[in-house]
Each structure stands twice: as C-alpha cells, then as structure tokens.
Unconditional design. Structure first.
Length: 746
C-alpha cells in the first residue's frame, strides 16, 4: 500500500489497514506447544494479575507482554526439540505458527484476570474472621468466572461480529501477532523497534520501582512547598491515597498504563476522559474544602467507614464487628446505638458521579447507538414472538431451519459484519453451537447456588436468579459500550446498591451477589474481547472456545491460591488506610465498605438520609445525556455528538483511590499517539504505534513480576532499597515530598 493511500479515520480503516484481511485455513493451532505454553502462561498471568490486584494502583497484565514471552519460548521449542520419530513430530510438528501463538495468547488472557470472588473471600478473611469452606471457595471462584463466559457467548452476534465492535484493546496484540509471523524481511524494522524498546523498558523499570521511586510522581509544587496539606491533596499523588496528582509527571510506565496503554485508547474516549479528569479535580477539592459531609474531619482519600466518636482531631475507623451478629448480619439496634458510619467526601463524590454515569450509559446507548444494540433484543419484537410461539415447527427446535448456504449468503451480504468475520465464514470454520455456551452458563449457575449455600453466604436462591438476569442486561449495554469505545464502566457500586436494598442487613449476601453480577460482566467482556481478537487473527471458533475455557479454569484456581498467600503475608498493610507504595488493600476495603454501607441503606443512602444524593444520582443520570443529544439534533454541530456523559461522569470520580501522579503523562502519551501521530503521521501510526505500545507494556511488566518476588515480598520476604533522596522515608514525606496527612496515620 502506498504511503499516500494510508489513512486511519474510521473503524473500517483500522481493521483493514492495521490488520491484514488474509487467512490460511490450513495452519494448525492444535499442537503440543500450544497447550504446554498456553497452560504455562495461564499460570503465570493469573498469579501476576492477582499480585497486581493488591497494588496501590490496580495494574492490568498486558496480553501483549504474555504474547511476546510466548513467541520467544515457542520459537525456542521449535528450534531445539528434535523432530525425529512420532514423539518428536508430536512435540515439535514444525515451525512455530501464528495460530498456535494466538491460541496461547488467548488462553493466557482468559487466565490473566483477578476473580472478584477472591476479593470477597479476602474481605471475609480480613474483616469477618475467615470463610467456612475452602473447597466451596474454590468452586465459587470457578463458577463466578465461567458464568460470564456463558452469557457473552450467547451474545456474540451483538458484541463480536459487527465491524463497529472494534474492541480497541485488541489492536496491539493483533498487530504484534501479525508482525511476528509475517515475512521477517518485510517487518524487520517493526520488530527491531519492538526489541529495542522492550529491553530498554525492562532495564529502566527497576529504577522508578526500586532504586529511585520518586520518579513515580515528580511534583514541582510539592518540592517547592513540603509542609502544606492543600498542596498534598491537589498536587501529591505518588503514594497510595495521597492526593489528586495534578500536574505531576510520572516516569514509570507501569502506572502510566495501569488501566491500559493510552496509545491504543481511542481519541474519542481519551477526550471525554480528560474532561472528566479535570472535573474530578474541581469536584473533589470543592467537596473537601467546603467541608461537605464534614469532609475535613476525615482523610482526603480513604475507602474506610469512619466512626461518629471523635478520636482527637480526626474520626476513628468504624468497627463493623460492633454491629454484626454471629451470622455476620447487621444488628440494627446495636447499629443505632453506635451511630451511623461516615464516608469521606471524595469517596462519596465517586459514588455520586459513577452512579450518574451508570444510568447515563443506558440513555446514551439508546440515543446514539440504537442500531448497535437493537439486534440483541430482536427476539422481543412482536413478529419474532409470534413466530416463536405459534410456529408449528417449534418442537423440532434442534433442527437447523436455515441451510448453511442460506446462512453464509445472508451474512456475507450483511454490511455491518466485520470483514475478518466474513473471511472466516468463507473459509468454512465450524462454529461453536450456542448450546455449548448455554451448558457453561447452566453448570456454573448450579455449582454457584450449591456453594453459596455451603458458604452460608445469606444470599437467597431468588437473589441468585436475579443476579443472572441483571448480568445479561448489563452485558448487552456495557459490553457494547466497551467494544465500541474501549471504555469499561465499573458497575460494582450499582450492584452493591441493589443488593443492599434487596438483602438489607446482609453484607455477605451483598459481596456474593456482586460476584455474580459485576464479576460476570467483567469476565463476559473479557470473553467477547478475546473472541474479537480470535476473529482478527482468524483462529477457528472451536479452538478459541477450548483455550478460553481452559485458561479461565486455570486462572481461577491460581487466583484463589495467590490471594491466600498475599492475605496471609500482608494483612497489616492491607487493613491500613494508606498502605504502602508496594501493597494496598484499597480494593478489598472499598468492597467491604460498600457491602456494610448498602446493608444499612435505609439509614445511609435512602431519601432523607445523610447521603441521599448517592441514590438520587441514579435517577438524575438517566436525563443528563438528553441536552447534548437534543442540541445535536437541532444544530448538527459535531461537538455535541462527541460528548459522552457516561464516560465523563465516571471519570469525575476517577481519582478517589490509588496513585494518581501518572495522569498527566497518560494524557500526553495518549494525545501524541491518537491525535498527532494518527493525523499527521498516519503511515507511522499504522506501522509502529501498536508495536511500540506492546514493547512498553511487555518490558515493564516482566521486570515488575521479577521485582515482586525478588524484593517486594511476594514470596513473603521483602528487601527494601536503602533510604536516600530518591527513595525517601515515607513516614516523614510521601514519595513526591508532599506533606504526610496525619489522618492517614491514625
């Protein structure tokens, strides 16, 4: 393709110019190498992701990094294992091919997730004295992971096959896979860039992570004024729960790309994220310094519940044991005697804006993306219902009413379908029957309800049925949004809210209901995303199904095992307000905080209570997208169509937790890639952008994994680097030399 022909303006441009629409159906992914390396990297990825879940800023294992390691070892096995005899040909059937490589990446991706059930189990271990059955805990982890797979598999027509479902996260991986297995001469420059950047980042990462951690967040303002809590709150952000990190500069790619590399995040989503980020800073500072909800009596950032009884200058952490009975249900008489717990204003700001963003998503999708989601509800049309219930052939439903030829012709003529999917249809890959996904859904549900009873979760059977129904609805809306925009909405607070009203006084029921709604959605989105990746690399559907299910099972088992290790070794840090720059229990803390808080929702969040705006915001959120939609309809100005209130509102609560010093660097890199490169250097963007992103992620995460076990205490023994100017004593100053807030030391 000539340089002047390159442009990357539309989704179709990206999928056909960044990726090649070519396929060789004779390439075999079913090899010993695929299973051996796939399971090995599933173990590796799941352990690493569970470690990252207990970091002060949650970091997501890059599938790109796992893909790189798989390539190195795959080529090594192909080169070193003898091919003589039947055993030799079985172990090494020939050159390491792209499809077995893709299958390995997909198996590792399915495993490299952190099961929300481990968060619930960790909360029980840290705050409720443990859980009753280790065996049931294992099966709950498996069930809550696989149930989302079943739901997403049944919704493939909506979430995977259309071209508009780009799933931007896949582009670096697909681009890398294609580069590694094309003609080496044609891709020599791209691979050389990858290797150079990969090893530079690999050796660099030890500097900000271990030797010189001040580089995690350099704040000129804090260096100039080290005794001001206002500066700490606004400009600090290199330590967990420190501040908003405004204008700080980060030199640690681990944190810059903690939620996904900004180099692949679409410009549309990036712009809305920036608007929300700036709004978050203004909102949080206003809430705290206007003393909204007695904000200044509490830490600026914290996810704990706080007591009404004053402890010197600041309130003390609320002791939930005082209001729970022997079954871990709320004793409302004891609760009223002790007093209603309090939340920090910034955490409430996050709950309010995320609540509005949650319901705004439904309105936004219906107004702007109706054509993308209506196919998911086609079964509910009166004509479809009539055909279903009054068709005399309903009792032979197992027979295919459409011939393969008719199905192929219909899909090939559908302009909405992805060209990569059409290529696979032409090559006649056997499809995965819907009943395979239905069977996964049914078996997971049965296992789940049995284990919840054994665990004495207090979640009733009818609540478990509702969890499944909610998950299906959420998958359609939020799965579609993730596929189109690359933005993954966090619905955990909403799930905990509805659980609070359905199961009052039952925090454990709240935790497990959320596992089977929020976690099911998360895992379903992973499945849909990876099904799209398989489509981009033209991996057969049945191979994809196999590796994803195996990866999910292996990952769930290792998630559980690693969670127990971390909780046992790091419990004091996990239950502290600020944690450390290495370990943090902020995820478990906020999960448990919301479980307790929503279990007493009538006293905390209902209309007339102190925090009523959290609940009211869900109603307000439905209306907020309408003004921009109406303005666009009447003016035609594109700027109105560019505003996505669901994304903006979620990011208006973005900074409520973790390390925030990396945000400026995130936006600088993102706009350089998605605006400047894409607009003014489209050839370079197509050839190198996603490869560069892959190299940055890969080099960083390999070193982080090594450091976790070598010096950060992942194996139980930590080895701190000596204190010096670049590694300050954090009891005196934060990593960026901002003043330490005494409220976090209480």
């Amino acid at each position: 393709m000539e340089k002047h022909d390159i442009h990357a303006d539309t989704v179709e441009d990206i999928t056909t110019q960044v990726l090649t629409v070519e396929d060789d159906p004779t390439v075999n992914p079913w090899t010993f190498r695929m299973f051996f390396l796939g399971i090995g990297f599933a173990v590796f990825g799941s352990v690493l992701q569970e470690i990252f879940y207990f970091k002060p800023q949650v970091i997501y294992v890059s599938v790109v990094f796992l893909t790189v390691l798989a390539y190195i070892l795959g080529e090594f096995m192909a080169y070193t294992i003898p091919r003589k005899g039947a055993i030799g040909r079985f172990l090494n059937p020939g050159p390491f091919n792209g499809k077995e490589h893709a299958a390995i990446a997909l198996m590792a991706s399915a495993a490299a997730q952190s099961a929300l059930s481990t968060e619930a189990l960790a909360a029980q271990q840290l705050f409720y004295g443990g859980f009753p059955s280790r065996a049931a805990a294992v099966f709950i982890t498996l069930s809550s992971q696989l149930i989302g797979y079943g739901i997403a598999g049944l919704l493939r027509d909506v979430l995977v096959y259309p071209t508009k479902m780009l799933w931007p996260y896949n582009l670096p991986v697909a681009s890398l896979l294609e580069s590694l297995h094309k003609d080496k001469a044609a891709t020599k420059k791209r691979l050389r860039l990858f290797y150079i950047v990969f090893f530079v980042l690999f050796f660099w990462e030890v500097v900000p992570e271990y030797i010189f951690p001040v580089l995690e967040g350099v704040s000129i303002f804090c260096l100039a004024h080290q005794d001001s809590l206002v500066f700490t709150n606004l400009f600090g952000g290199a330590s967990g729960n420190e501040g908003l990190g405004f204008l700080s500069v980060c030199f640690d790619w681990q944190y810059i790309a903690s939620l996904g590399s900004p180099m692949w995040y679409p410009l549309y989503s990036l712009t809305n994220t920036l608007i929300g980020y700036l709004g978050c800073i203004m909102l949080f500072m206003a809430l705290f310094y206007r003393n909204t909800w007695d904000a200044r009596k509490f830490p600026f950032l914290s996810q704990f519940l706080f007591d009404d009884s004053s402890n010197g200058t600041f309130y003390s952490v609320y002791n939930q044991s005082d209001i729970l009975d022997s079954n871990f249900e709320v004793d409302f008489d004891a609760m009223h005697a002790k007093g209603i717990p309090n939340l920090t204003a910034t955490y409430l700001g996050y709950l309010i804006t995320s609540a509005m963003g949650f319901t705004a998503t439904f309105t936004h999708m219906l107004l702007w993306n109706w054509d993308d989601i209506k196919v998911g509800w086609a079964w509910a049309a009166p004509s479809a219902l009539k055909k279903t219930f009054f068709n005399p052939s309903w009792y032979v439903f197992w027979k295919n009413q459409e011939t393969p030829e008719e199905r192929l012709e219909r899909k090939m003529n559908d302009p909405a379908l992805d060209p990569h999917y059409k290529l696979m249809l032409r090559n006649l890959y056997p499809e995965v029957p819907l009943w395979w996904w239905g069977a996964i859904l049914l078996v997971s549900w049965v296992i789940g309800i049995i284990c919840l009873y054994v665990m004495k979760s207090t979640l009733p059977w009818w609540g478990f049925i509702l969890a499944l129904l909610f998950s299906i609805i959420f998958m359609l809306f939020f799965g579609a949004q993730f596929g189109i925009t690359g933005f993954q909405f966090n619905i955990q607070p909403f799930c905990q809210m509805i659980a609070g009203y359905m199961f009052p006084g039952r925090p454990l029921a709240n935790l497990y209901f959320t596992c089977y709604t929020f976690n099911a959605l998360q895992m379903g989105q992973v499945l849909a995303r990876d099904l799209k990746l398989a489509q981009y690399v033209h991996l057969s559907p049945r191979c994809t199904f196999t590796v994803q299910v195996i990866g999910c099972i292996v990952g769930a088992l290792l998630n559980y095992s690693m969670m127990l290790t971390i909780v046992d070794n790091q419990a004091p840090i996990l239950t502290s307000i600020e944690g450390s720059n290495i370990w943090s229990g902020q995820n478990v803390q906020q999960f448990n905080t919301l479980a307790i808080a929503w279990s007493i929702a009538k006293d905390m969040f209902s209309i007339g209570s102190k925090y009523q705006w959290v609940t009211i915001s869900y109603i307000v959120g439905f209306a907020v997208p309408f003004p921009f939609w109406i303005a666009y309809r009447y003016t035609g100005w594109r700027v109105f169509s560019y505003i996505n209130l669901s994304i903006i509102l979620w990011y208006m609560g973005w900074l409520f937790v973790g390390i925030n010093a990396s945000i400026l660097s995130y936006f600088i890199v993102g706009f350089m890639a998605q605006f400047w490169l894409r607009k003014f250097r489209p050839q370079w963007f197509v050839d190198y952008n996603y490869i560069l992103s892959a190299a940055l992620d890969g080099g960083t995460q390999v070193m982080v994994f090594i450091l976790t076990f070598a010096v950060f205490g992942g194996s139980g023994n930590a080895h701190s680097f000596p204190t010096w100017a670049g590694n300050p004593d954090t009891s005196v100053h934060n990593l960026d030399y901002c003043m330490v807030d005494p409220a976090t030391q209480s």
